[in-house]
Design a protein around this ligand. Structure first.
Ligand SMILES: Cc1cc2nc3c(=O)[nH]c(=O)nc-3n(C[C@H](O)[C@H](O)[C@H](O)COP(=O)(O)OP(=O)(O)OC[C@H]3O[C@@H](n4cnc5c(N)ncnc54)[C@H](O)[C@@H]3O)c2cc1C
Length: 437
């Protein structure tokens, strides 16, 4: 008997998962709620709908998104094949005709024999292996059932994300390492501001261009995830009592407490990425670069991830998932795509790719696998499934997740190593690097 993998959600992750499973000889069924029910962002009947931009971002190997695409190509990704077949000219970016893209995926899955049942799933089916790939706008009844399965405190509905910058782009002649009141070692990078710098920053923040929330994203924020600009609107000094408070800090250059300070906290084990604490924002990406560049030390900061605030259902993967994308408590129940806390079209598809491979392996009693940590795909799934003390926020592909290399041409060498290691993983039958899951 051929083993069957059941997948809830025929988006980018679910489609890729189904394709990978059938490519390996498993049967696959996708349970997709469109057109019976549409999320507030979906409008097309076809699978793998791109709900917003028609770009899958850059193909250049100078950035991690381009490297991830190359890795997916090496793995035989359906989403990359569909994008190549439906591409429209867009310079370095892999942009597509979204209708042709969705038609290609829907047709390829039908040709491969994937069964597609069009219905809303409202409870967790008994079928195993099961892949839940219902995305950032998972319908409410199923979100409730997932909350019941993993505990609702492990399921988030909004994403209030502070920007993350590369450490080596921070000017450490202006910034300094310290913890407030000297507690906890030199854990934070601190950017001190004098009064003029603070006032100029607040003025620029209040005048900055913001991304407008979609109707279904209008929300009341908890104090803990309030955007920095909303705090600034409460009064000119509010930020000095919030994320820019200087208490407990002494600038080693002046020997005094700064007028205000911005703190950055380490984001990954390697210490290559730092997030700007409390700076979740709706500023547009160019405005984040400009306005946050007024903070001393961040003038030339390079952003690994920009700040955001939007509707996004995702689970607390660091506490729940293995790098193979299955639950730690149920090795036959997988999550894939944006619901795992990866962020972006390709990242979601890559997560589906790995879940599809592992769901098929599971159905045959084989152990789970994961690409090496030196690949962008391997680093990303390890990042989201690594336990941490701080709150988990979604993550996109970026070079800061990879084990660092020293010396010149680092990005080029990181990219080359990632692609070579991915080829070796694929040539070795996708299995030489098994996870401990
Ligand atoms: C409004 C919005 C705009 C975005 N814009 C971009 C962008 O421009 N670029 C980018 O890189 N990323 C963007 N993202 C983030 C992310 O990359 C996409 O959401 C991506 O589509 C996620 O892929 P996925 O497969 O996880 O989910 P999806 O592609 O959303 O697929 C999930 C599927 O599950 C189905 N489903 C949901 N609930 C059920 C249920 N109960 N039963 C059966 N089926 C169900 C849905 O109908 C859908 O087809 C955006 C996200 C949102 C919400």
């Amino acid at each position: 008997m051929t083993e069957r993998v059941t997948i809830i959600g025929g988006g980018l992750a679910g489609s890729e998962a189904a394709y990978q499973a059938v490519k390996r000889g498993c049967k696959a069924t996708i349970l997709e709620m469109k057109p019976v029910r549409f999320s507030p962002a979906h409008t097309m009947e076809g699978l793998a709908e791109l709900v917003c931009s028609n770009s899958l971002k850059s193909e250049s190997l100078e950035n991690a998104s381009g490297v991830l695409k190359e890795e997916m190509r090496v793995c035989g990704s359906l989403i990359i094949k569909a994008a190549e077949a439906s591409r429209v000219p867009a310079g370095n970016a892999l942009a597509v005709d979204r209708k042709a893209f969705s038609d290609y995926v829907t047709g390829a899955l039908a040709d491969a024999g994937v069964e597609i049942e069009r219905r809303e799933v409202t409870d967790i089916p008994e079928a195993r292996p099961l892949v839940i790939a219902t995305g950032p706008l998972t319908s409410e009844p199923l979100a409730g059932a997932i909350g019941g399965l993993i505990s609702s405190s492990n399921l988030y509905f909004y994403d209030a994300v502070a920007p993350i910058v590369y450490k080596d782009s921070i000017d450490m002649d202006r910034a300094f390492m310290a913890s407030r009141y000297g507690k906890g070692g030199d854990d934070y990078i601190n950017c001190p501001l004098d009064e003029d710098e603070y006032r100029r920053f607040v003025e620029a923040l209040l005048a900055a261009e913001m991304v407008k929330p979609r109707e279904f994203e209008e929300m009341k924020c908890f104090e803990g995830c309030m955007p920095v600009e909303a705090m600034a609107r409460r009064g000119p000094d509010t930020l000095m009592f919030g994320p820019m408070k200087p208490v407990g800090l002494v600038d080693p250059r002046t020997g005094k407490r700064p007028y205000a300070a911005v703190q950055l906290r380490r984001e990954n084990i390697e210490g290559t990425l730092y997030n700007i604490v409390g700076f979740q924002t709706r500023m547009t990406f160019p405005e984040q670069r400009r306005v946050l560049g007024l903070i001393p030390g961040l003038e030339r900061a390079e952003f690994a991830r920009f700040g955001k605030l939007h509707r996004n259902s995702y689970i607390d993967s660091p506490r729940l998932l293995t790098p193979a994308q299955s639950l730690r408590t149920d090795g036959a129940l997988f999550f894939a795509g944006q619901i795992t806390g990866v962020e972006g079209y390709c990242e979601s598809a890559a997560s589906g790719l790995l879940a599809g491979i592992n769901a098929c392996r599971r159905s045959r009693g084989q152990s789970p696998v994961c690409p090496p940590p030196t690949t962008v795909m391997g680093a990303l799934v390890r990042h989201i499934s690594s336990e941490r003390d701080s709150a988990f926020t979604p993550m996109n592909a970026n070079f800061g997740l990879l084990p660092p290399l020293k010396g010149r041409d680092r990005r080029e060498r990181l990219a080359r190593r990632a692609i070579e290691d991915m080829r070796a993983w694929v040539d070795g039958g996708f299995k030489f690097l098994e996870t401990s899951a």
